[in-house]
Write a protein that binds this ligand. Sequence first.
Ligand code: SF4
Length: 256
Amino acid sequence: MKLRSVWVFHLNTGACNGCDIEILDVLTPYYDVERLGVKLVSTPRHAHALLVTGPLTRQSYYAAKRAYEAMPPKPRIVIAIGTCACSGGIFYNSYAVRRESERLGLEYPRAGGTSEFLPVDVYIPGCPPRPEEILYGLALLLGIAEKKLSPRHYRDEEFVLPRTQFKAWVEVILKARIRKELGYFDGYRLLERFMKLVDVAETPEALKKLVEEEKLKEKDSRLRYGLNKLYEHYLEVVRTYEDILGQKRRVLGVQK
Ligand code: SF4
C-alpha cells in the first residue's frame, strides 16, 4: 500500500518542552515538514504515528496508554523524540518515571523512557534533538509506515532470535551499577578500563591480580574504590549468568 502522507499525533509524556519546541520548529515554513507529507493531527484516532516527547511519568502513563489504544491498529508507529523519550534521559531512575520492569519486580531490562511501555519504531535522541535530526527520523517513518502496512509473514522455522552477547549483557548491568557509584562520566570511563582487563584475564584470580595492578597505577581513591566495586559486581553477574544457564541446561537436558 502506498501512503501519500503520514498523519502524526504529538504526545508529551513529561517533557520539559525543549523537544516540543523543536517539533514546532520542523512545522514552521523554514523546515516545512509538511512538504514530506507529514501532517500534525489533533487526535490519535486519525494518526498513523505517535510522536512521543519526555520520559514516561507515572501520571502520563494512563493517558499515553489511552492515546496508543485509540490509534488505528495499522500502522501504529511510535517515534521517541529526545533522550528523555528514548531512555529516560535526565529523569532516568526518577521516582516519578514509570518503570514497567520495576513493577514486575525485575532489575533488568530497565530501559526508562517510552520503550518501557510502548513498542518504539524510531528513536531520535538528543537533548533536544536538532530539527534536522527530527526531519531525518520522520523521513524514516515514511518508509516504515509502508512496510508495516504490507507485512511479511514468517514461519516458525525461519524465525531465529538473535543470540545474546554475554559481554554486552554484562556491560549493560555494570554500567547501571557503576553509574550509581561514580556517576556517568567517571563511571563509564572506568568501566571501559575494567572491561579491557576482563578481555585479557582468563580466570577470576587473574582478573583480581590485574585489578590490583591497575589500582596501584591509579592515584584517585574514588576510582580505586570503583575498580574494587566493578570486580565484585562482575563476579556476581557472572555467577548469576552461570546459574541461569545451568537451570536452562537442566530444563533442556543438555550437557555443558
Ligand atoms: S530530551 Fe532534553 S529537551 Fe527533551 S524533554 Fe528531555 S530534558 Fe527536555
